[in-house]
Design a protein around this ligand. Sequence first.
Ligand code: DX5
Ligand code: ZN
Length: 219
Amino acid sequence: MKKIQISPSILSADFSQLGNEIKRLEQGGADMVHVDVMDGHFVPNLTIGPPVIKSLRKYTNLPFDVHLMIDPVHKYIKDYSDAGADIITFHPEATENPLETINLIKSLNKKVGMSLNPKTEIKAVKEYLDKIDLVLVMSVYPGFGGQKFIDDVLRKVKNLDQIRKENNLNFKIEIDGGINFETSMIAIEAGVDILVSGTTVFKENNGDIKKNIKILKQM
Ligand code: DX5
Ligand code: ZN
């Protein structure tokens, strides 16, 4: 079986203890840390920006998987890179020129992700699939943790997996939103490589992060 990676979202962490929460993720076997950046405009919620990410950088060597839900996004890419992001994921709707944004992220030596909202179809990223490192398939409407998984997006995961195989491409498929011990299984079956999880990792089994990550990875 292929190796599944877990990217816990700190949106469900205790925000007054973020440094310690990130250490707990590392001890619990997380593969990376998913950082949800929201601007109160592209999505109806507001979270954290570069200074907070920068201050968290010293707490772990795990890669920071930074999910930018901000519009416009292009002019802020460098700030997130400088703050310590390792993977920078943007939504194609939030930039005038996706290719320029991809090239900017690459020029900063960071991995590039593009994200598909539940209503955004694969054609929004298709022409870039040979240039990017991952596609982040949203399985909830971005903005909040703890929402219900939208099954319909599995169709896009399967399609992306097929495109990847047919064209010998290497991008990873990451899924974000409503991942629990059941939806994780159907997502993996559909072709997902990386699971984002906020609520399940931080809250299930009385917050036993190690156990929750193990179950999600089907270990
Ligand atoms: C939603 C965020 C997700 C979210 C996942 O806008 O992008 O990363 O925090 O949280 P859960 O796992 O609780 O759905
Ligand atoms: Zn996210």
